[in-house]
Design a protein around this ligand. Structure first.
Ligand code: TPP
Ligand code: MG
Length: 507
């Protein structure tokens, strides 16, 4: 068997159903092999699209997303998506090709050092040994980070018999599983049960849970006696309509969550990285001393149940009620841009998965959407990548199709960011993906200046995607209905006036 075939077998064994890729000389054996395998090999139109798609796929499925590109320009194009996945802790495997080993470092065609993709870690696959893949997959799943595999052309063609394997075990030794058990972790926490507690939940709560289990977390959290606030990527893990949920913490957080985190005595922190989005500089130093990290391992729902039961037991006498209902402080939003976003959100099913790009629309969606389901909004939180929204929605859609996730997928974009990966309309069209693609056309890059736009409808026509131009807010409802009742992509250009953002809670 040659190494390419062994890689394909490995991917199938790991339940990889879709790979996002672009061909090139140095990766061709694997690219061609994928086309002949049961795995869907989705050809993108730029490698940046592939890495964002793998990221979107991982975010919705909680499994790894895989992207593949050739050496040199293929690898550099992947980079923005890999950095985005890295900053938001998304499990992505990036496979790149390389010239034959004898040409490495010799100014060969497309030969550059590709270690820039190793933001978390990466492996140079110098021998046809599948342990590199095992190692990379384990690492990506355990760390929730992108891991890079760089394979020289010759190695792809090598036979994988024992003589060719790498004998240096240190290169790929599996990490020892020395995780402690959750009961002892919880017993070792110093509970400060005299004061006011808050449970702050980040996306680490998803642990190694399946998508279906992630949907059930709400049923456990709603029994908490302790108020819960979340980070952005964890929004919807508990229904934000539930009074026990104070909503999002941070610069764009709810007043209730932000007041509570400032005034409480202890913040029990589960699976939150405490980025500057969650704890902006102005409040950071006041909160950090009150944080008690709960480093439990989440492999099944009982792990979360144990935590909630423990906290309820410890805080039995200080049952907290009358927190009141809490929704985002959106009453100040009344401009044309935000009203149109609101109208869009109101006409979509509540559990729709919305991907956003980077710009004012990102903030309007965040402030106006009440998240009742996990992964209601998928966004580039910590990188703020323009061009993320469309390809991420494609990855999300494939994740839904592969896992029978029956939710609508809607991509809301600014007119600037949309043009950064506009070519992926081809991927939408070619695969007839039912995605509602919305471009908020304000001819503006928010505070940065104006932008001249092409005729987006003509572009959609060119890609053979059904589309409409909307200038009046009253046209939104019927067009969304039309989209929902059909089984194909639909592109809506929504003309809107520029609108400034409301002030942040903290700067
Ligand atoms: C790749 C990249 N380049 C530049 C920026 C800086 N930036 C953030 S938002 C923005 C303007 C976004 O405008 P648009 O896409 O039209 O969205 P809108 O604000 O109109 O909703 C820019 C230039 C960025 N976040 N990402
Ligand atoms: Mg704009």
């Amino acid at each position: 068997m040659n190494f390419t075939d062994e890689i394909l077998d490995f991917l199938i064994k790991k339940n990889i159903k879709t790979v996002f890729s672009y061909p090139g000389e140095q990766i061709l054996p694997l690219y061609n092999g994928l086309n002949e395998s049961p795995i869907k090999n989705i050809m993108v139109r730029s490698e940046q699209g592939a890495s964002h798609m793998a990221d979107g796929y991982s975010r919705i499925t909680n499994h790894v997303g895989v992207c593949l590109a050739t050496a040199g320009p293929g690898a550099t194009n992947l980079m923005t998506g890999i950095a985005t996945a890295y900053k938001d802790s998304s499990s992505v495997i990036a496979i790149t090709g390389r010239c034959k080993k004898e040409y490495i470092n010799k100014n060969y065609f497309q030969e550059i050092n590709m270690d820039f993709l190793n933001l978390q870690n990466g492996y140079f696959v110098d021998a046809p040994d599948i342990k590199y893949f095992e190692k990379a997959f384990n690492e990506s799943i355990n760390t929730k980070k992108p891991i890079h595999l760089n394979i020289p052309y010759g190695v792809l063609l090598d036979s994988n018999d024992d003589n060719n394997r790498n004998n240096n075990e240190n290169n790929y030794k599996d990490e020892k599983n020395n995780k402690k058990d959750n009961t002892s972790i919880l017993n070792n926490i110093d509970y400060n049960t005299t004061g006011k507690p808050l449970l702050l939940i980040g996306q680490g709560i998803y642990g190694n849970l399946s998508y279906n289990d992630i949907l059930k977390i709400n049923d456990i959290l709603k029994n908490s006696h302790i108020p819960i606030a979340t980070t952005y990527p964890a929004r919807g893990v508990i229904d934000e309509n539930n009074p026990i949920c104070l909503g999002l913490v941070g610069g764009r957080g709810t007043e209730k969550a932000n007041q509570y985190i400032l005034n409480c005595d202890t913040v029990y922190c589960l699976g939150a990285s405490l980025s500057y989005n969650t704890l902006p500089p102005l409040i950071r130093d006041k909160i950090i001393p009150k944080i008690k990290d709960i480093p439990i391992n989440i492999n099944n729902l009982e792990d979360i149940e144990l935590l909630i039961n423990t906290l309820n037991y410890k805080y039995n006498n200080v049952y907290i009620n009358n927190i009141g209902n809490n929704i985002n402080p959106n009453n100040k939003l009344c401009g044309d841009y935000s009203l149109k976003i609101n109208e869009i959100l109101n006409n979509l099913p509540d559990d729709t998965i919305i991907t956003t790009d980077a710009g004012n629309h990102t903030v309007f969606v965040s402030l106006l959407k009440t998240c009742g389901a996990p992964k209601n909004i998928i966004s580039s939180h910590s990188m703020g990548t323009m061009g993320f929204g469309l390809p991420a929605s494609i990855g999300v859609k494939f994740g839904c199709l592969d896992n029978n996730i029956d939710r609508e997928v809607v991509s809301i974009n600014g007119d600037g960011g949309f043009q950064m990966n506009i070519q992926e309309l081809a991927t939408v069209s070619e695969n007839n993906l039912k995605i509602l693609i919305i471009i908020m056309k304000n001819n503006r890059l928010n505070i940065f200046g104006d932008i001249k736009n092409p005729d987006f409808n003509k572009i959609a026509d060119g890609y053979n995607i059904d589309n409409i131009y909307i200038s009046d807010i009253d046209e939104i409802e019927n067009n969304i209905k039309y989209y929902l009742n059909n089984n194909k992509p639909y592109l809506m250009v929504v003309e809107c006036e520029n609108e400034s953002l409301p002030k942040k809670s903290f700067n």
